[in-house]
Design a protein around this ligand. Structure first.
Ligand code: DGL
Length: 280
């Protein structure tokens, strides 16, 4: 009887461990988080949902972003995921508490990992944060950093034009440089030594931001930090995938435009083979 129970328990564990990780974003930006997950956790099965019909979230009210996030999470949870990643800074900034209240599975956002890394990295105690207008207005990064280091000084700036620049592929050259200088030029007068890229699209502009801000500024990429956090949570809960079969990747969008495949390839670093359109 004891050995039957042990066998059943181990079968249940193996089903949970090989269940996919669910990831959602307002659109395709969350693919920068998927890219880092693929690097750090290549054996995991993944389901990605991009809410491309309702993007952008960054200029919408908190109430709307919370409603959209709940429907995205509900869709992924109906697919039997073991862990939910909110791979959107705006949704993480405003909807995480309500998602954690509504759903019981582990939920990881992109704000806390980035905030922790920035606090660890700063020597001057002065940190910059850039993101969408909603993320900046929420002060989510500031609050997360102050909860770890109350004396930290935070400089924030919304950079809405970075999103279309990244999607258009204009991440180097004159227009990108002028835009980055216009938004971030004044930061150079502060003594900040760390800048958080608090939007899923901004890792594509990383080389240009580094060029404008100079090599002495440490750029914190929340996509990278989130992938490390996921790894930690899977290990802590003993739910990493040990199965050696080829990992499954599923991509769902609420609207599939003609340009999606080429733009998505740039964000993910490889071509997406198949996408399914769904209604939420
Ligand atoms: N994914 C969003 C974020 O990280 C950027 C795009 C949007 O505004 O929806 O905040």
């Amino acid at each position: 009887m004891g050995s039957l129970t042990a066998k059943i328990n181990s079968m249940i564990d193996s089903i949970i461990n090989s269940s996919p990780i669910g990831i959602f974003d307002s659109g395709i930006g969350g693919l920068t988080v998927v890219r880092e997950i693929l690097k750090k956790l290549p054996r995991e099965n993944l389901i990605y949902l991009g809410d491309t019909a309702r993007v952008p979230y960054g200029t919408k009210s908190s109430k709307t972003v919370i409603t959209y996030s709940q429907s995205n999470a509900g869709f992924l949870i109906s697919k039997g995921i073991k862990l939910l990643v909110v791979a959107c800074n705006t949704a993480s900034a405003v909807a995480l508490p309500s998602l954690r209240w509504d759903f019981e599975i582990p939920i990881i956002g992109v704000i806390e990992p980035g905030a922790r890394k920035a606090v660890r990295a700063t020597k001057t105690g002065k940190v910059g944060v850039i993101g969408t207008p909603s993320t900046i207005k929420s002060n989510a990064y500031k609050k997360a950093m102050e909860s770890i280091a109350p004396e930290i000084k935070v400089y924030s700036k919304a950079c809405p034009l970075f999103v279309p620049l990244a999607e258009e592929g204009w991440t180097d050259g004159e227009i990108a440089e002028l835009t980055v200088k216009k938004y971030l030029g004044h930061f150079k007068e502060s003594a900040m030594d760390v800048l958080i890229l608090g939007c899923t699209h901004y890792p594509l502009l990383k080389p240009m931001i580094q060029k404008v801000m100079g090599e002495d500024i440490t750029l914190v990429d929340s996509a990278e930090e989130t992938a490390l956090e996921i790894k930690g949570v899977l290990e802590e809960n003993a739910i990493s995938n040990k199965n050696s079969s080829i990992p499954q990747r599923e991509f769902y969008l609420t609207d599939v435009s003609e340009t999606f495949i080429s733009i998505a390839g740039r964000f993910l670093g490889e071509e997406i083979q198949q996408v399914e359109q769904i209604d939420l």
